[in-house]
Design a protein around this ligand. Structure first.
Ligand code: ATP
Ligand code: MG
Length: 381
């Protein structure tokens, strides 16, 4: 008998012919998440299994961050042997309501699930004075998972992970990561659908402080385990913003800045082979996130711009931010480049034509090139 950790998958079983590919991705991602810990990972039928570990809770917490994992349980492993299972169950100590939940995946096991539930329940009742059966709302569920592999797993707790799809092999996404609450959550949401990402951050030094940049690095390191990031690109928008400020209509300042962010992102995607840009925009949140504003930013994008939070309310975003551990960092009060030269009345319904007219007042091509020439690449380790 051995203590093991059982890992169940989410939608991978729906993948038909691609199931093998997704399983391999999941296996590799779990292996990567468990790299710091000594343990052995096995691929058993429809489950992954971790054995020979030291601290089960550490393993469970690490595996919980891997997308494609549905749930995790610490379990006792034994052979599919009626007497062995009964013997183990006779030693279980519990109080209050309980039920047994037998899953007989091994159809050659001689006792049917319902009958075995009754047998095991009786054994528990006989050995625990203060235990009673409640099949509807039991305090304890004794799960008995009898697998086709010839092994049975007994466990009490199921820790739910985030499900979704395993991160792909390539870092296809470029997340525009600010110091705010929204963008780390946007990265998390896209990673949940298997999109591996790196980060692009814009600062406006010296208008923004080194602490503002450090804050974003902290956020990047916090979500790295979810999104599989290796790099953060940092670009200074200072010169560009100063030029817009001096030459262009102030009400278009944010709009011009957003279009420039997308242009820089386009160039980074070209150079480093990202396939899509992700932002934390949410419809109507601020002036730069109206349909008209999004249309003017979209019109300069060469790659699909994914906005997973587009329909989210702020409270929904905050709930996820707290859960993934970014909220406390995001609310530290450092300024962002979007708040530098912030117009009093930003345009709510900009047009592409007007944005282009404003842009023609500066040497945009050169300014974007200047930004790209001063690109900083931070390796996240
Ligand atoms: P919050 O709204 O929580 O203050 P935010 O990051 O969403 O933070 P917004 O002004 O709403 O800030 O920006 C919308 C989106 O634009 C962000 O989610 C992010 O994807 C992108 N963005 C804004 N500022 C930056 C920046 N300095 N660097 C990189 N991306 C940015
Ligand atoms: Mg926002």
């Amino acid at each position: 008998m051995k203590e093991v950790i059982l890992i169940r998958f989410s939608e991978i079983h729906l993948k038909g012919g691609n199931k093998k590919y997704f399983l391999k991705l999941l296996y590799n991602n779990v292996k990567h998440a468990l790299k710091p810990y000594e343990c052995v990972i096995e691929n058993i039928q429809n489950r992954l299994l971790v054995r020979d570990f030291e601290d089960a809770d550490e393993i469970i917490q690490a595996v919980k961050c891997v997308f494609g994992v549905h749930s995790i349980s610490k379990a006792i492993e034994m052979d599919n042997d009626v007497e062995l299972i009964k013997d183990y169950v006779s030693k279980i100590k519990l109080q209050g309501s309980f039920k047994c939940d037998v899953n007989r995946a091994d159809k050659s096991f001689p006792i049917k699930s319902n009958d075995f539930n009754a047998d095991l329940g009786e054994i528990i009742l006989n050995n625990n004075e203060k235990a009673f059966v409640d099949i509807h709302e039991p305090k304890t569920v004794v799960h008995v998972d009898i697998r086709e592999t010839g092994k049975t797993y007994i466990f009490y707790e199921i820790v739910y992970a985030y499900s979704g799809l395993p991160l792909g092999e390539n870092r296809d996404g470029l997340l525009l990561l600010s110091g705010g609450i929204d963008s780390p959550v946007a990265g998390f949401c896209m990673a949940k659908r298997g999109l591996r990402q790196d980060f692009l951050h814009f600062d406006s030094f010296p208008y923004t402080s080194p602490q503002a940049k450090d804050k974003v690095i902290t956020l990047a390191k916090t979500i790295k385990k979810f999104v599989g990031a290796k790099f953060m690109y940092v670009c200074s928008m200072t010169k560009l913003q100063e030029e817009f400020h001096v030459n262009c209509s102030t009400e278009y300042a944010i709009n011009l800045l957003r279009r420039s962010m997308i242009r820089v992102a386009n160039a980074i995607c070209d150079k480093f082979k990202y396939k899509t840009i992700i932002t934390g925009e949410s419809l109507g949140q601020v002036a730069s996130q109206t349909i008209e504003s999004l249309t003017t930013t979209n019109s300069v994008a060469k790659y699909p711009v994914l906005r997973p939070l587009i329909s989210f309310n702020k409270e929904e975003i905050i709930k996820i931010a707290k859960d993934i551990g970014t909220f406390e960092t995001s609310i530290l009060p450092y300024e962002d480049c979007c708040t530098v030269f912030l117009p009093k009345n930003p345009i709510i319904k900009p047009t592409i034509q007007e944005a282009e007219r404003e842009e023609s007042k500066v040497d945009l091509e050169n300014l974007i090139e200047y930004v790209l020439n001063n690109l900083e690449v931070i390796k996240l380790d």
